[in-house]
Write a protein that binds this ligand. Sequence first.
Ligand SMILES: [Mg+2]
Length: 438
Amino acid sequence: MDGDSFFASCEIALNRNLEGRPVWVGGGRRGDGIVIAANRTAKKFGVTTGMACFEAARICPRGVLCRPHYTEYRDISQKMFRVLEQYSPTLVPVSIDEGFLDFSTMDQTVWRNTTSADYVKQICQRIKNEVGIPVSAGLASSSRLAKLATDAAKPGFIEISIGEEKEFLKDRSVRELSGLGKNRQRALAALGAMTFGHVANLPSHLLRKKFGIWGQQLWLFANGRWSEPLLLEVKDRTTISSNTTLPYDEPDYEAALTFTLSEATRLAGQLRREQLQTREISLTIRFNDFSETGGSHRFQHPQFQNSLINTALEGIFRDSMGGQFRPVRQIRIAMWNLARLDTQPTLWGRTYAERWGALDDAAHKLQEQLKKTPLMTGAQLALQHLDGVHKNPKAKCPFVPQREMVKKLWGTDADPLAHKGEWEKRLAKVSKQHQHQH
Ligand SMILES: [Mg+2]
């Protein structure tokens, strides 16, 4: 299941007067940079994602530019997933508006009065009615194929019945496969394989020789013989990180530090909620010209306390920012080399970790009840104060600015996670440089 032009649809759901009109959502620091989502009506006029908003207004003067409302998008996304989770015990969300449902694990009695296709249509209808956003869907024998089907269906629904997989894939380009890197794509092209049909006609041992297991799987997939159970990945976490583009390029380094500490506090809370503690932390600061600085710190023992983590981060911040003058655009904090945090009660009274855990739980409960942040650390309070002074719009979003950044950095609109490895490498390089200097 995948929301159609999700952000634009959300805007329409939030304001019914927009229905039927060309609508796009602007990204960037003021919400009028580039188009980050456009509805179908706008697309008919030629408005596309990534286009400058002024250009969109030029080719579609009657269209409506909406500034992003990320908090509301997240609420709508949550509502959508609340509906989805009622339809299968196996739901794997992959992004704010996209997720997989596995029907194969469900009790056979479900299918007594309905077919899986009708079941999917019912889900789409319910989301349309109750959440107010259109979703597309694809039904197929594997999640990979379901994703291709959804993309092909947009907007709407396609079912690829068992046995029809090969026919569906025959003329489709291998580029449609998500996660297919440029190198593999080139290597496939060198074998004359542009479509899945071409791949299916290649000898499987050749693909296996060239690409290993992946090649074998691709061959099976192209031949409609690939099936895989949808698995929830419950791997142990190896990092906790956040990567935030500030609402505007921040020339005030103290304000950037305040934001860093406030964000670190949030991450430390998440760390403890997942019963973890961290041995290493790093901070990367990117400037408005995309140059960056930063460093890392290794604790002697794993840590979970705000105060210690923040002190270390502040040290890195001050060390790295000396002599810098450019405004700050993006701040990335990562905690890794994680260890279990034992919050089990002991016979000798409440441990420090246990008391912190109780504090986190209480804060979390209050937050749920009051729907805002009743408890703040000093850094968070200072940040709120600064925000009031600067009167900046809250434009913090974990999804889009990062994508925009990725697009600027890598020249593609690909999933930021696809570049995670390279991110980590850069991070390592930056921290090595930093260690070298000292
Ligand atoms: Mg979508």
